[in-house]
Design a protein around this ligand. Structure first.
Ligand code: SF4
Ligand code: SF4
Ligand code: SF4
Length: 221
């Protein structure tokens, strides 16, 4: 999932508004409960992949498929110093999620208590409509359950035990901030208010809730 020039320029004009929109939309559209979201600060990320590994272990994700991918691009060079760009690829927990609207069985759903987009494997018939409808291409069929699968912010594992998502717990640099968009006193909302954030493919109207603090990519600025 790369930051295109178009995405970035769109952000430059709108980034301050994007965070505000994210916060205000969430407050308006959440029926009840929380509206959980995640920020990946690419400027703090060191590409260690501890998040990927923790996700796999905690959620028992089988080999060959992933709920979370950490992309490493580079090396690029600045003043003869090499550097890399790290981006996260996982479910965006869209407020207006096409995966939910195309699902014929109700297996793809939003948890009203948390705002998390999730999958009920017992209702899933494996038709793959949701895989085709997701503009972020992050869904897959789990080879063990034979159901659609993806990141659920550890709703059924760590969150159920009162813990943070596994990736957030494992990150050694504080690059991941998780919290409730409806809680104006949360660290997440504070970061959104104070940092320049972007969201991918905003023009599609999905209203994603995975925010990025982008690192500089050559040829973009
Ligand atoms: S990123 Fe894809 S799977 Fe996740 S909520 Fe959005 S459309 Fe659904
Ligand atoms: S694969 Fe499962 S979750 Fe996806 S649209 Fe079909 S029934 Fe719904
Ligand atoms: S654990 Fe944190 S620093 Fe390491 S790759 Fe993941 S987000 Fe980046």
């Amino acid at each position: 999932m790369s930051l295109t020039r178009r995405d970035f320029l769109g952000c430059s004009a709108l980034c301050a508004a994007a965070a505000a929109v994210g916060i205000s939309n969430a407050g308006e559209s959440a029926v009840q409960g929380k509206n959980l979201a995640l920020i990946h600060d690419e400027t703090k990320c060191i590409g260690c992949r501890a998040c990927e590994q923790a996700c796999r272990e905690v959620n028992q994700v089988p080999d060959g498929v992933s709920r979370l991918k950490l992309n490493i691009d580079g090396p690029y060079h600045k003043e003869d110093q090499p550097y890399y760009v790290f981006t996260r690829e996982s479910c965006q927990h869209c407020q207006d999620a096409p995966c939910i609207s195309v699902c014929p069985t109700g297996a793809a759903f939003r948890d009203e208590a948390t705002g998390i987009v999730d999958v009920d494997p017992f209702k899933c018939v494996g038709c793959q409509y949701c895989l085709a409808a997701c503009p972020y291409r992050i869904r897959f069929i789990n080879p063990v359950t034979k159901a659609a699968d993806k990141c659920d912010f550890c709703r059924k594992t760590n969150l159920a035990q009162g813990k943070l998502p596994a990736c957030v717990e494992a990150c050694p640099t504080g690059a991941l901030t998780f919290g409730d968009l409806n809680d104006r006193n949360s660290e997440l909302v504070s970061v959104l208010r104070n940092a320049r954030t972007v969201r991918d493919k905003l023009d599609l109207g999905t209203n994603p809730k995975l925010f990025r603090i982008p690192s500089q990519k050559p040829g973009v600025l």
